[in-house]
Design a protein around this ligand. Structure first.
Ligand SMILES: Nc1ncnc2c1ncn2[C@@H]1O[C@H](COP(=O)(O)OP(=O)(O)OP(=O)(O)O)[C@@H](O)[C@H]1O
Ligand SMILES: [Mg+2]
Length: 380
């Protein structure tokens, strides 16, 4: 049996389920809480208060979800000005044929943006061919990129086109370009200059028309200084550079993305998770996100599996309990605190000279005398 208690005249309901044996299932199905009979009115009042509190959190969660700005970039969620700027930049450069270099830490969305560049270009109906230069052993990378003729090496049983050729008339995404070995960088540069490929073991020069997008999480300037990345190649690929901010620098995005992911994963898993507890929201905001959006995605996926209730907790996310955020000082308190701190510092700097200290503090001498009296500060 379930009992609905109307909380407000706007028909918000607190659902209480009985009997106790079904309570965990009821909570999983979306009940705010459960309570065993016999009913004690004080405890029930507490329960109702808590339901209100949870309801407010849900409202906050929903508000965050609504604040999601829809960027025209497929699948990309952000409301942070720092990232919206990047999206606008990508939208502008996408329809051109310029080579784009995407720079960002691991998990910041480089691949997502590379696909956006393609999707928003007039090559969108042609292939998008991606190659992760860090994931392929050095001896195979050349044939992966340029293809090979039958019999070019042991195991080359048939003629095979490389990723560059496969991208013809579309976009070639060279992911982790910083990991291309030096010897291959020379070949890549030649291709970028002449736009022709020669398959491994072949002699024919094949024209290829591709738009190039590159990405790396490495610092290419450091690599150039260390001699492991060619400067001429760098200038070729960096016609337009997009610096993708790390997640911790995108204000409000960790919470926003977490909401989007929780909705997506709980639907996939058939769970009825409504959002995040207040502590979880603070923990999301305080975490450093070294693995950026990918880390967030993984933590939320884990939380959806681990969560026992309707709201995700910091524990479900495997995040530390948030530190207490200091209370906001009202401005009068803040001013008092600043006076108590800055007046002695100013006096110390000018050897107790009242005229100079007042000047330094931007106040008149009489005001400084008043403040010294008020704060009981001894000039000596
Ligand atoms: N702004 C975003 N909105 C929604 N999903 C995102 C966003 N940014 C990244 N993702 C998702 O996060 C994951 C990591 O993104 P992506 O693979 O594009 O990052 P990356 O920078 O290429 O990472 P890596 O350096 O590890 O290859 C993907 O599942 C992607 O869909
Ligand atoms: Mg990537």
């Amino acid at each position: 049996m379930s009992v609905n208690l109307c909380l407000t005249d706007k028909a918000r309901y607190l659902r209480l389920y009985f009997p106790a044996a079904h309570t965990p299932r009821a909570v999983r199905k979306g009940a705010y809480d459960f309570y065993n009979k016999p009913i004690d009115s004080d405890t029930l009042a507490l329960l109702v208060d808590r339901a209100y509190y949870l309801h407010e959190l849900e409202e906050e969660n929903r508000r965050l979800q609504r604040s999601q700005k829809h960027t025209p970039l497929q699948g990309l969620i952000t409301a942070a000005p720092e990232m919206l700027k990047v999206c606008q930049f990508v939208e502008k450069v996408a329809p051109t044929d310029v080579t784009v270099l995407l720079l960002g830490e691991s998990g910041t969305g480089k691949e997502l943006l590379a696909r956006a560049v393609h999707d928003l270009s007039n090559r969108a109906n042609a292939p998008f061919s991606a190659i992760n230069c860090a994931a392929i052993p050095e001896n195979l990378l050349e044939s992966e990129l340029f293809g090979h003729e039958k019999g070019a090496f042991t195991g080359a049983v048939k003629q095979t086109k490389g990723k560059i050729e496969l991208a013809d008339s579309g976009t070639l995404f060279l992911d982790e370009i910083g990991d291309v070995p030096l010897a291959l960088q020379v070949k890549l540069l030649r291709f970028l200059q002449e736009r022709v490929v020669e398959r491994v073991g072949g002699r024919k020069q094949i024209d290829v028309d591709v738009r190039i997008v590159c990405a790396t999480n490495q610092n290419l300037e450091d690599l150039m200084a260390a001699g492991s990345f060619r400067e001429d190649l760098y200038y070729r690929i960096s016609e337009l550079v997009v610096n993708i901010p790390k997640l911790a620098d995108r204000r409000g995005d960790p919470e926003l993305l977490a909401h989007a992911f929780v909705g997506q994963f709980s639907q996939q898993q058939g769970r009825n998770i409504r959002g995040f507890s207040g502590e979880a929201l603070s923990a999301l905001a305080q975490h450093d996100w070294p693995g950026n959006v990918r880390e967030l995605e993984n933590r939320v996926k884990r939380a959806v599996i681990m969560s026992d209730g309707a709201l995700v907790t910091p524990e479900d996310l495997d995040l530390a309990e948030p530190e207490d955020i200091p209370d906001i000082l009202n401005l009068a308190q803040a001013r008092e605190e600043a006076e108590r701190r800055e007046i002695p510092r100013a006096l110390a700097r000018v050897d107790g000279n009242i005229t100079k200290a007042a000047k330094l503090l931007g106040i008149s001498r009489p005001t400084l005398y008043d403040l010294l009296r008020h704060h009981n500060i001894d000039v000596d």
